[in-house]
Every structure is written in structure tokens, then in C-alpha cells.
Design a protein around this ligand. Sequence first.
Ligand SMILES: [Zn+2]
Length: 408
Amino acid sequence: MQLRYSFRLYLSAGQRAALARAFGCARVVYNDALRARETARSEGMPFPKTGDLSKQLITEAKNTPERAWLAEVSAVVLQQSLRDLDAAYKNFFDGLKGKRPRMGAPRYKSKRDTRQTVRFTANARWSITTGGKLRLPKIGDLKVKWSRTLPSVPSTVTVVKDSAGRYFASFVVETGPEEVLPEVTPELGIDLGLGHFAVLSDGTKVDSPRFLRRAEKRLKKAQRDLSRKEKGSSNRNKARLKVARAHARVADARREFHHQLSTKLIRENQAVAVEDLAVKGLARTRLAKSVHDAGWSAFVTMLEYKAARYGRTFVKIGRFEPTSQVCSQCGVKDGPKPLHVRVWTCGECGAVLDRDINAAVNVAKAAGLAVSACGAQVVRREAHVVRVEVQDHHRRPVAAGRLKLRAA
Ligand SMILES: [Zn+2]
């Protein structure tokens, strides 16, 4: 399986300038090649070959005054740019032939594109230094915030500058079967709720970590400030950039939280079951916004691929008896309950049921998992509410799996 790992980069002014040159050169070569091919096409000439373009647009161009600056950038980066164009053409032609979904013809890249990228392949002799820096030819040793460990050595790194002006190193790594974890006993049902981010069939209630709540608060404030600024003023532009940065921070913090929680749950349980979110039907209601904000689908996707990677079972259950209508202890269905009813007593067996935990146990049971529906799991007073404590995303990286659950 191929997985993509992204890490934030922190660059010096000199490194930023060198990288800007690499973005620029890669873009120019891409555009020159695109122009050469489009010209050939409009003149009815044969499609120029990549090898010829490489010779003409890179090797020979470096000796001309107009393109001499191409020599300042690793040649491998420029060749990669040609290969990227090849891939764009191939996808376009395959789309026309019906081999894949149709997509537009390759387009010229612009300096003003919000996302700038440059790719270094193994040939470019990039490396990770013993000090943990990313060494790129003709750019330097870049500081990386390693928030996770790479499972294997990647061959390619893509350096990205996003719309908020941040830099990332993105690695694609191949993961093998050696990652399958030793078997464990627990199996788990998860109810993704609104009161808590997730409630587990073992009685654990998981809330968003403090660093995420704080980032969300800052975003709200930035948005309020922006709405108060006069249109067209320079203050408004500053405020807009602030909002963009706050947005990026919330997205980062949320992704980090999802990674940590999903890794922890997959490590500690042999099987994990969730309800299909489409079936859950919340996305169509007024709760849609909070569903969106909670980012459940991103979280569920992580559970799914991590289960595959670590040799665990992942079950997504479809429509079944509504989770809140069935007693997870005796199975009696006693009808719908309004949303404000959080705890009730089963009229049949007398169990005191916590709405969320009851739902999580029902999810596990519907998936055929062996969760024991013992009293402690559904009875509220014995359930322990926990708060997820992770280190601040912006201070120190946390290795995945080091997420601590602490009883509050
Ligand atoms: Zn019952």
C-alpha cells in the first residue's frame, strides 16, 4: 500500500529564495514543454518526444542568455517537471479514450497559482541528514517537523508551498506486511456523536483536544475581526491573511488529532466498527455544519487504511435498527427517544442506558464484534468520561500512538 506523509518545513530566508527559484524554473520548463507540444499540434507536426524536449529545453536552454538561470536548479527537478507534464497528457488522453474519468488538457502554470510544488526523485540525490534535516540539492538542509515516523525510506519528496505561505515536505512511502501488529483481544464499536467527538463501546467518551479547541477559538476571533474591517482597506487584507492562517492551523490540529486517535484505537483493538455516516443521515440536517466541522469522514478514512495496514478488522455498518431505539443489553426495541433524552432505563431489563455508549455497543454488536455488554459499559454513573490530552501541535511534535487518555 502506498501512503502519503506530509511534514511542515521551516525555512530560512535564503532557503525560501532558493526554493522560489526551483518553483519558478520547474514551472518555466513545464510551460515551455507544453508550448512546444501545443505548437507542434497546431502545425500538424508530430508530438515532440520527452527526450528531445529535455535536450532542447533544459540542456541547450541553459547555454542561452534567456534561460541561463535554469542552471541554478537541480537538473533532476527540471526533468521531473517534464515527466509531470507527460503524466498530465497521459491522463488527458486516457480520459478521451474512456480509460479513466475525463479531465481537462494540461494547462499552463502560473506564478500566481496558490499551490507551488517541486518534486525531487531518487536521482536528485536528496537525503535526510543524521540530524533529521531534509537535504535538497542546490537548496540546502531544511528543518522538518517530524510529527510521525516514516515506516520506510521514501524515494521521492515533493516540496509544497500552500496558499497560506507554508511549506511542506510530502513523501510517498510503500508500506509492507511487516507492519501487521500482534493480535490483541479487545473489539470496539464507535459512535460518532455531537456531544463528544466519539463515544466508544468500552464507555470512553473522547472530546476534541485542547489545542484544537484553542485553534478553533482563534479562527472564530479572526473571522469576527475580518467582518468588521472596511472593504478594500489594507487592514482588511491583513485580517484576511490572518483568517487564512487560522484556518490552516485548525485543519492541521484536526488532522493531527484524527491521526493520533485513529492510531491509538487501531493499535489497541483487534476490530473496530463504525456506523456508515451517510446512513447516519446527519449530513442532511441542520447539524450538517457541525458534522462537517467534526471531520468524521476524514477520521473514518484513517481508521480504514490504518486497519488495513496494521492487520486489523474494520467494519462499516449500514442501516440497521436505530441505535437509540434498542437496548444494547437485552435487545428490546422500545421506540425513538427525543435527542434531549441522554439516559433512560430499559423497561424490559431495567438497565440504565447512556444514549451514546448504548449506541456504540449497538454498533459493535451489529458489526458482529464481541463486545460484552456488561453493566459498566452502558450505565452512566460507572462510565468514565475522558479527555484526550495530547501535546500542543505547535510546540512539540508527538509521535503517533503516544496519545494519552486521562480520566477527568
Ligand atoms: Zn433492556
